[in-house]
Design a protein around this ligand. Sequence first.
Ligand code: PLP
Length: 372
Amino acid sequence: MTTPVRFLDLQAIYREDQAAYDAAYRRVMDSGRWLLGPELEAFEAEFAAFLGRRHVVGVGNGLDALALALQAAGIGPGDEVIVPAHTFIATWQAVRLAGATPRPVEPSPGGFNIDAAGVRAALTPATRAVMPVHLTGQPADPAAIAALCEAHGLVLIEDAAQAHGARHQGRPVGGFGRAAGYSFYPGKNLGAFGDAGAAVTDDDALARALRQRRNYGSLQRYAHETEGVNSRLDELQAAFLRVRLARLPEHNARRAAQAARYAEALAGVPGLTLPAPVPGDEPVWHLYVVRHARRDALQAALAAAGIDSLVHYPRPVYRFPPFAGAAPAGRSASDRLCDEVLSLPIGPHLGLADIDRVCDAVRAFCTGPTTP
Ligand SMILES: *Cc1c(COP(=O)(O)O)cnc(C)c1O
């Protein structure tokens, strides 16, 4: 049997820069600083420069980045926040944590993301904010959604947890609204070796409010000016993230080359729908998601060939008990999408030969005699 094609290999990412990660560990252990120290300050400055934004505020995880951004922007009980039906559940939970109510929008026809037309159709008198998700690393129509938010006096907070470095019309996502939230969960394009996240903004007052809220509402010990939580990006993770950030452009380029290989090798394969980026967008390919009517059988065939694949996501957020109140009556566009999506392996741990093996197995399944 040939070696398996793994979906994710965090050990490989560690080994690629082991000396630098080990040096970062040593530096922090020798410093005796664990929280709100020089590594966090340096990482915040470096990630801000990477994104071209004024402020990065490191927090404990991506969920907190989104929830704290909403709260710092004044969103709370009684407010509705527009979110995609098809996303990771954290997008909705962030709205709930802020005390507001998520209002779902279905993905645009043929796509995975919401667009400005879908947002416009979902507006109500209670709508106060919009939280689009740049799912799988593809920009979610951010310029048009920003214009709509401007016209209606709505707060735009981008969920950029899967889109570190993606660009729309030449501009990095995460810079179209009032603030954006990033996750550094280990499997993300920019991942820590544990949990971490950040909120980013160009707004000085909002950045200050975020710095307070992540640390019990205080910038100075025992001076608590606002409500807050304990959600800090620790020194060790910040030091590791600095190493991984330096690699991010190269890692994103490897993902793009792999996506191009998939697009070329799988074009025209019967029954298979490939991801189609909006022309002019530069996605960062956090995931490579294809669609097939017999998704489960395709996944089983890949597994038999030693190829990992995953389903992102098995059902829309409103099909989970905590959010069932927001579910539509009939079968939705998200329901249909969730039945067909399959994420093929992509990432810096793979080579183009691995992608070719996946393509061979996918093609064999789609053109094979057992496929009706
Ligand atoms: C990963 C993710 C989050 C949450 O990030 P955590 O760091 O896991 O809290 C939020 N939204 C989306 C779309 C994500 O993929």
